[in-house]
Design a protein around this ligand. Structure first.
Ligand code: ZN
Length: 363
């Protein structure tokens, strides 16, 4: 597919030079010697190891969330197989009074999709009184918990009809970590600019301009932001309607997004909102132990209603560890921590919050 933004994104530097410059800047290599492979790194005993919290897990450029509003049979029958095939989790906002297939939703939750609230009655949140809204929201959460025993938290909400105001935001904030509005474009992903109770989003409506939608995903990649797109029904009979997108168009978007998996963190709404909040408050430190290990300590707190998303932490590879495998485990001889090595100069750890882990080279 041709990207309309391609000409604007032509790199100024040749890719190889850009990558080298990136590595030098990332690892502060101007202070450090060249390793045996020519990669400039920091020696293990050269002081406190440089350690940073990644903007997004896996150090991806941007976060991508795909949401579905209302309870529709096509979410399970049509969207779910397409999402599972692409390895992308969805966030399904259900107005629980309309649900007829709790078993389907239970299965989706087991598969890693998020089951979120869209109120009980599909209420106009800014138009009903505070007490009525509270009851409606409580009823939805109760339904989800009663029917889906595998769902313990309901971090996410979306406002029916996109209707919200300051008073409904305040009510929603007592029950959910984050709430999506119906419009507004792309989230910056910066904690200080995130209105957790009125998240911006891009709705898919006729004429279902997939090129435009895909271009907005690339815009989020360019700005290192967070894009939330949302749909209603998906038709496998090629029907199109005000809230029904034909499956072939939906698939075109999904395959575009999947093809950008190296740039995008595919997250549910609750995961992405929780990551932003934890990234803001995380306190990170690292020190060398016994001359050959790095201890990394991550302090912080999982917010109320939030899922326990691990935080990605990046470290420069010490020059002594060039060409060696790196392992990490939780302090106290416990669980292995996943280590990613996106390039030879650094590595990433997925750390629970809070936790301390020990990193070492194994060969
Ligand atoms: Zn709705």
């Amino acid at each position: 597919m041709k990207m309309r933004t391609a000409s604007r994104r032509r790199p100024i530097l040749p890719p190889a030079v850009a990558v080298l410059l990136f590595l030098l800047i990332r690892c502060g290599a101007d202070r450090s010697p060249s390793g045996p492979s020519g990669i400039r790194t920091v020696p293990l005993n050269g002081g406190a190891p440089a350690v940073t919290v990644c903007r997004w897990p896996g150090d991806k450029a941007a976060a991508y969330t795909i949401g579905f509003d209302d309870f529709r049979a096509s979410h399970f029958d049509v969207a779910r197989p397409a999402l599972n095939g692409a390895g992308i989790p969805g966030t399904f906002f259900i107005n629980t009074a309309a649900v007829t297939r709790w078993n389907s939703l239970r299965r989706m939750a087991e598969e890693g999709h998020e089951i979120a609230s869209h109120t009980w009655s599909h209420a106009r949140c800014s138009r009903i009184g505070e007490n009525e809204l509270r009851r409606d929201i409580e009823r939805a959460i109760e339904d989800i918990r009663n029917h889906l025993p595998n769902v313990h938290k309901v971090p996410s909400f979306s406002y029916p009809f996109g209707l919200l105001d300051e008073s409904s935001k305040a009510v929603v904030s007592r029950y959910h970590l984050c709430a999506r509005s119906g419009s507004g474009g792309i989230e910056t992903g910066d904690a200080e600019h995130t209105d957790y109770q009125a998240l911006k989003a891009v709705g898919a409506y006729p004429p279902y301009d997939i090129d435009r939608l895909n271009a907005m995903v690339m815009e989020a990649v360019g700005s290192r932001g967070w894009i939330i797109v949302y749909f209603h029904s998906i038709s496998d009979r090629n029907r199109s309607g005000p809230t029904t997108i034909p499956l072939d168009l939906f698939r075109r978007h999904l395959s575009f997004v999947r093809g950008r998996g190296h740039d995008l963190w595919f997250a549910t709404q609750g995961e992405a909102a929780c990551y932003i909040r934890m990234r803001q408050t995380a306190v990170l430190s690292a020190s060398v132990k016994n001359g050959d290990r790095i201890e990394v300590r991550l302090e912080g707190k999982v917010p109320d209603f939030g899922p326990a998303v691990p935080i990605s932490v990046a470290l420069c590879r010490p020059s002594e560890w060039i060409g060696r495998s790196i392992s990490a485990e939780m302090e106290g001889g416990g669980r292995r921590i996943q280590v990613h090595e996106p390039d030879p100069s650094r590595f990433l750890l997925d750390m629970p919050v809070p936790s301390t882990c020990v990193v070492y080279a194994t060969q």
